[in-house]
Write a protein that binds this ligand. Structure first.
Ligand code: CP
Length: 331
């Protein structure tokens, strides 16, 4: 495992992604225990550096760290010295000086987590940088697909909506294709990146035509601020052409699932009742986010049995089979 998780590419392809997903199985089991806590990261400290709002990512990282018995250091831009003009670099070095093992960063500028990684000795996790990447979202999406329909291999996935401004879409395309899915981006031309050279995807502007050949519909949030920049004529027109309505759900195969990273605009990219259908796995995505982030924190900070076993056990050479990472994590 890499020291940082900045991009899905840091996992080195399908094998690295599968390692996270296998370990996530163990942490799902931990999360279902009466006391959902293991001592795997006792003595470690994880800090949050969120320069943008978040509900799911921040709360699930915090829950994940606490379930692994790590100490957490909360940082909120709105009540910090950033408001007095402190730079990102000085903020990172201030947090670092207090002693942290991992920094979870969300920032409006693409590349900010890479800068943080240069300035810090801690492991850095990208929790979303600008329009660029959101790797742990992609991992929890892969896990949810595996849980719902078996695997990504050979699945036809339609990613629908504002691809141009979506860090989720970029990380998902990397992760889903690494795991063998076929991806179609569905959006008006104004909401696609200016160039798709090197993207292993197909493109369509016709959602109805794509749905009948789709196993997974992945909807993206239609960001209301795009209205003022003239990228879509109106939200009503956007919904009429690209919103997932009940009529459109009926075009899907019986087993097809609906995903959304949240937060949703019910009535815009997804009809209010579609979000609550049994084939919608949006709540599962949120639930799996905790176990996936436990796996990521453990792989970056726990690094296997030598760190999680009590000292006498750790120093004794194991006889017979060595403890697997999965066993070590949850013991
Ligand atoms: N999916 C996601 O990143 O949600 P939050 O912005 O609430 O963290």
């Amino acid at each position: 495992m890499t020291r940082h998780l900045l991009s899905i590419d840091d996992l080195g392809g399908a094998e690295g992604i599968d390692e996270v997903l296998r370990l996530t199985d163990s942490f799902v089991e931990v999360s279902e225990r009466a006391i959902p806590k293991v001592p795997a990261l006792r003595g470690k400290t994880v800090a949050w550096l969120f320069y943008e709002d978040s509900t799911r990512t921040r709360l699930s990282f915090e829950t994940a760290a606490k379930r692994l018995s790590a100490d957490v250091m909360n940082f909120s831009v709105s009540s910090s010295s950033v408001k007095k003009g402190e730079s990102l670099r000085d903020t990172v070095q201030t947090i670092e000086a207090m002693g942290v093992d991992a920094i979870v960063v969300r920032h409006g500028s693409a590349g900010a987590p890479w800068q943080v990684a240069k300035w810090s000795n801690a492991s850095v996790i990208n929790a979303g940088d600008g329009w660029h990447e959101h790797p742990t979202q992609a991992l929890l999406d892969c896990y949810t697909i595996r849980q719902s329909v078996g695997s990504c291999e050979g699945k036809r996935i339609a990613i629908v909506g504002d691809i141009k401004h979506s860090r989720v879409a970029r990380s998902d395309v990397l992760a889903f294709t690494a795991l063998g899915a076929e991806i179609t981006l569905v959006a008006p031309p104004t909401l696609l990146p200016p160039s798709l050279v090197g993207w292993p995807v197909q493109v369509s502007h016709d959602l109805d035509a794509v749905l009948a050949k789709t196993d997974i519909v992945y909807l993206l949030r239609m960001q209301r601020e795009r209205m003022s920049s003239g990228l879509v004529p109106s939200l009503r027109e956007y919904s009429a052409r690209y919103g997932l309505t009940r009529r459109r759900v009926d075009l899907l195969d019986a087993d097809a699932i609906v995903m959304h990273p949240g937060p949703m605009n019910r009535g815009v990219e997804i009809a209010a009742d579609v979000a609550d259908l049994p084939r919608s796995v949006i709540v599962d995505q949120v639930r799996n986010g905790v176990a996936v982030r436990m796996a990521v924190l453990f792989l970056l900070l726990g690094s296997g049995s030598d760190k999680v076993l009590p000292a006498p056990e750790r120093d004794r050479k194991p006889e017979g089979e060595e403890m697997s990472t999965e066993q070590a994590a949850v013991t």
